[in-house]
Ligand binder design. Structure first.
Ligand SMILES: NC(=O)c1ccc[n+]([C@@H]2O[C@H](COP(=O)([O-])OP(=O)(O)OC[C@H]3O[C@@H](n4cnc5c(N)ncnc54)[C@H](OP(=O)(O)O)[C@@H]3O)[C@@H](O)[C@H]2O)c1
Length: 501
C-alpha cells in the first residue's frame, strides 16, 4: 500500500494576516465565521500573527463583542481555556458606511497592523446584506484600503458571500464595481458548498481513479440527479427569501457548482485557472432552457404540514411572507449539457424547503445491462448500478450493484459498497467555512467562483427566472405541497427515486 500523501498546510505556512469582518454584529459572523475561526485556532492552523477586526454600526467595545461571541461559540467547558487565547485576537470597531468613518478605520487598521505584526496583509469579509457589497467595495477603494503596497508589503483580498447579484445584469454591475477597486485575483466569491469534503473529493474521485472516467458519459449513464433537500423553512429570512425564492437561493450557486463538478472535463493542471476554465465550459454548454427542447421545470410552494411529528405553517403563513406570495420554495429543473460526453443525458436538479429531511447528494444512475441474461428467472426487475455521492446526512460515496444471494436458488439482491468519511478517517474534516477562509488567506482561488463563471451561471438562469416570473398563469404553475412530503405530487416519484440507497 502506498503511503498517504496530504497537503495539510501546517501552521506557520500561511502569511501573517488580519481578517476584517464587516457586518460583525450579524448572524453569519456569530454562527459561521467565528466558530470556524475558533476551530482553526484550536487546530493550530491560523496564520501567525493573526488578528480579527469586527466592524459594524452597532456600538460596543471589543470586550462586549468578544463576550457576545463567546456566549454563542463556547459550547463545552473544556473549550473555555482555548477561547481565552483566541479572544485576544479579536477586536471591534464601530463604523458607518461613509468616507469619514472608513478614513478613521484606515488609521485604526494601520496601527493594529503595526502593533500585531500582520504586515499589511488583509482579508475583508463582507458579512453584510448584499446591497452593501458595492458600497463597502467602493469605500475600501476610495480610502486606499484596497490598495496593495508595491514591493510586497501587504496584500488585500475581498470575500463576497452569496447572493452575488439577483440576475445577470446585477451580477455584471457588481463585478464592475468590485473591479474599480480590486483586481480579479483579489476577489473571492464564496460558495461554501464547494468546501465540503465530499464535493472536493469529486475531483479526486473522478480524476485520480482510472475506472470511473471511461464510463462517465452518455453511453453508460442514464441520468444524473443533484438534490439539496432541506427540512427547515425560511426561519427569520422572509425578506430575503421572498425576493430570492429557491432558484436564486440554491440553483444559481450551489446546485450549479455540483452540476459543473459532475459534468466537467479533466483540467490539464490542478491549478485554479485550469479548473475554472473547465467549469465555465460546462455552463456554456448548457442547452438553452426551453420546454420544447426537453427542458422540464416544476415549481412548488409548501403548505402547512408536519415535520418530525411537529405541525409547521405553510409558506404563506410564515412571518413576513405575503399571504398571496408566489415565491417558489421547491424546484425541479431538468437540464442538458450539449457536448459529446453528455448529449441527451438528463441532469435533474432538485431543491426544496420543508421536505421530510435534509439530504444533499449527487446520484449517478447507470444504464441497465444491455442483455438481460436473468430475464427468464427474474423478469425485468434487475436494478442498474448507481453511484451516490452524499454530503448530508453522511459524507459518503456509495456504489450499488447486483449480487447473488447465498443458497441453491438464483436470487439477486442489490448490494451497496459504502465509503463513509466519518468511519474511514478518524480526524474530523475541516468545517466548510474554515476551509474557504484558509484558502482565501493562502490566495488559492480553486474553491471560489471566477467572474466569467458567475456571469455564465446567471446568463443561463436569468431567462428561466424571467419565464417563471412573467408567465401569466404563474399561480397555477406553482404546485402546492404539504410540508413534510417530498415535493409537489407531479414530481414526487422522481424525487423519491433519488432517495434510494
Ligand atoms: N447567515 C447565514 O447563514 C448566511 C449564509 C449564506 C450567506 N449569507 C449572506 O451573508 C451576508 C450576511 O448574512 P447575515 O445573516 O449575517 O446578515 P444580517 O445578520 O442580516 O446582517 C449582518 C449585519 O449587517 C448590518 N446591517 C444589516 N442591515 C444593514 C443595512 N441596511 N445597512 C447597514 N448595515 C446593515 C447589521 O449590523 P449593524 O446594524 O451593527 O451594522 C447586521 O448585524 C448576507 O449577504 C447573507 O445573504 C448568510
Amino acid at each position: 500500500m502506498s503511503a498517504p500523501s496530504c497537503d495539510t498546510r501546517p501552521a506557520g505556512d500561511l502569511p501573517p494576516c488580519m481578517l476584517v469582518i464587516f457586518g460583525a454584529s450579524g448572524d453569519l459572523t456569530r454562527r459561521k465565521l467565528i466558530p470556524a475561526l475558533f476551530s482553526m485556532f484550536r487546530q493550530g492552523i491560523l496564520p501567525r500573527p493573526f488578528a480579527i477586526v469586527g466592524c459594524s454600526r452597532s456600538v460596543m467595545d471589543s470586550e462586549a463583542f468578544r463576550e457576545a461571541l463567546r456566549r454563542e461559540t463556547v459550547k463545552r467547558e473544556e473549550e473555555a481555556g482555548a477561547w481565552n487565547g483566541f479572544a485576544t485576537l479579536i477586536h471591534y470597531r464601530s463604523i458607518q458606511y461613509d468616507q469619514e468613518s472608513f478614513t478613521g478605520l484606515r488609521t485604526f487598521l494601520r496601527d493594529l497592523d503595526n502593533a500585531v505584526g500582520t504586515g499589511g496583509n488583509r482579508v475583508y469579509d463582507l458579512a453584510v446584506p448584499p446591497q452593501l457589497y458595492p458600497v463597502i467595495a467602493s469605500l475600501l477603494g476610495g480610502t486606499g484600503l484596497a490598495r496593495e503596497e508595491s514591493g510586497g508589503n501587504g496584500w488585500t483580498r475581498i470575500v463576497i458571500e452569496k447572493p452575488f447579484g439577483h440576475d445577470l445584469e446585477s451580477a455584471r454591475e457588481l463585478n464592475q464595481t468590485l473591479h474599480r477597486s480590486f483586481r480579479e485575483s483579489q476577489i473571492f466569491r464564496i460558495d461554501h458548498y464547494l468546501a465540503k469534503e465530499t464535493v472536493q473529493n469529486m475531483l479526486v474521485f473522478r480524476f485520480a481513479n482510472s475506472i470511473f472516467e471511461p464510463v462517465w458519459n452518455r453511453h453508460h449513464i442514464e441520468y444524473v440527479g443533484i438534490m439539496a433537500a432541506e427540512s427547515l423553512g425560511i426561519g427569520s429570512r422572509a425578506g430575503y427569501y421572498e425576493e430570492a425564492g429557491v432558484l436564486r437561493d440554491m440553483f444559481q450557486n450551489h446546485l450549479m457548482q455540483l452540476l459543473v463538478l459532475t459534468g466537467m472535463e479533466p483540467p490539464c493542471l490542478l491549478e485554479s485557472d485550469a479548473v475554472q476554465d473547465e467549469k465555465v465550459k460546462v455552463i456554456r454548454s448548457l442547452r438553452d432552457f426551453n420546454t420544447e427542447h426537453g427542458s422540464r421545470i416544476c415549481l412548488g410552494q409548501y403548505t402547512a404540514g408536519e415535520i418530525d411529528q411537529t405541525a409547521v405553517p405553510g409558506y404563506r403563513e410564515e412571518a413576513g411572507v405575503s399571504p398571496r406570495s408566489r415565491t417558489p420554495t421547491f424546484a425541479l429543473l431538468e437540464l442538458y449539457i450539449d457536448n459529446w460526453r453528455w448529449q441527451n443525458v438528463p441532469f435533474l436538479l432538485i431543491s426544496g424547503k420543508r421536505l421530510p429531511r435534509k439530504v444533499t447528494r449527487i446520484v449517478v444512475q447507470f444504464r441497465e445491462v444491455p442483455h438481460r441474461l436473468f430475464r427468464n428467472l427474474l423478469g425485468n426487475t434487475i436494478g442498474a448500478n448507481r453511484l451516490t455521492i452524499e454530503t448530508f446526512p453522511d459524507e459518503a460515496i456509495r456504489l450499488t450493484f447486483q449480487s447473488k444471494e447465498p443458497g441453491a436458488s438464483l436470487c439477486l439482491r442489490s448490494m451497496t459498497m459504502d465509503f463513509t468519511y466519518g468511519e474511514q478517517y478518524q480526524k474530523s474534516s475541516l468545517d466548510a467555512y474554515a476551509r474557504v477562509l484558509l484558502d482565501c488567506m493562502a490566495g488559492d482561488h480553486m474553491l471560489f467562483w471566477r467572474q466569467d463563471g458567475i456571469e455564465q451561471s446567471w446568463a443561463f438562469l436569468t431567462p428561466v427566472l424571467r419565464q417563471c416570473e412573467q408567465c401569466l398563469d404563474r399561480e397555477t404553475r406553482l404546485h402546492p405541497y404539504p410540508a413534510g412530503t417530498w415535493g409537489p405530487a407531479p414530481v414526487r416519484a422522481t424525487v423519491e427515486r433519488l432517495l434510494a440507497p
